[in-house]
Design a binder for this molecule. Structure first.
Ligand SMILES: Cc1cc2nc3c(=O)[nH]c(=O)nc-3n(C[C@H](O)[C@H](O)[C@H](O)COP(=O)(O)O)c2cc1C
Length: 229
């Protein structure tokens, strides 16, 4: 890294894997899953797995703190760059070529940076209070924030899954602002009426509700009064 020439930031920019937009037609929907540095990345990992199985194209964004928390929340290898995110996740979830595309936080050429390349929906899972504030303020300081801003302006569905306890009035006001803009606020709050017997079942409860919101068919959890239990 060249710190003397003042080009550190330029050198640090990830160009990331090349996007192949020709592949998009093979998939039923395009969903952007953005992970930030709140506890609970397990929800995002399971969501990505289910979206791959449901024949969705998945765009993956990951903040730097998300990688740090992934190292603490899981015993999985932590990818350091978006190319690694893409290859590791593709292998782990058995995605088809071109189905998973990961982008760096300064990869402004990514489709999600523009309204013309916006996904059908985006989920920030989990969402830190910091990213919540940035999205509510429309700062667009990195690709993740820009992608959320684009999804809102294009009238697509944005699901935000803030994790903090307790929420301060600042967090609640930011959620309220986003809700007024049509954003779906879904804190990862599992229920226990299904008598979960494992952490995986608790995760699946939350992920099932997100898939329902995305209108992606799921069989993780029955829908109350509709599916047989
Ligand atoms: C182990 C660990 C757990 C964290 N959990 C949370 C959390 O649950 N919610 C939250 O808002 N921030 C949490 N943070 C703090 C965020 O990672 C930090 O504010 C970071 O700047 C968020 O950046 P990002 O929104 O770009 O990912 C946690 C940090 C660490 C190291």
């Amino acid at each position: 890294m060249n710190t003397e020439s003042g080009t550190e930031n330029v050198i640090a920019i990830e160009t990331g894997p090349v996007s192949d937009s020709a592949n998009t037609a093979q998939f039923d929907k395009t969903i952007c899953v953005a992970m930030t540095g709140a506890s609970g990345i397990q929800y995002a990992l399971r969501l990505i797995e289910c979206l791959v199985q449901a024949n969705c194209e998945v765009y993956i964004l990951m903040s730097k703190p998300a990688r740090i928390v992934m190292g603490m929340d899981t015993d999985l290898p932590v990818p350091s760059r978006s190319a690694q995110v893409q290859s590791q996740f593709t292998e782990r979830y058995g995605a088809r070529p071109g189905q998973l595309k990961a982008f760096g936080q300064e990869q402004w050429t990514a489709p999600v940076a523009s309204g013309s390349g916006a996904p059908d929906a985006m989920v920030i899972c989990p969402c830190t209070t910091g990213t919540l504030a940035s999205v509510a303020a429309g700062t667009c300081n990195n690709l993740l924030e820009r992608a959320a801003d684009v999804v809102i302006k294009e009238g697509r569905k944005l699901i935000v899954m803030p994790r903090e306890m307790p929420f301060s009035i600042i967090h609640l006001e930011n959620m309220s602002r986003l809700a007024r803009a049509g954003v779906v606020i879904m804190p990862p709050n599992p229920a226990f009426y299904n008598l979960p017997k494992s952490v995986e079942e608790i995760i699946d409860f939350v992920v099932a509700r997100v898939l329902d919101q995305l209108e992606v068919k799921q069989t993780l959890m029955p829908r109350w009064g509709i599916d047989e239990t």
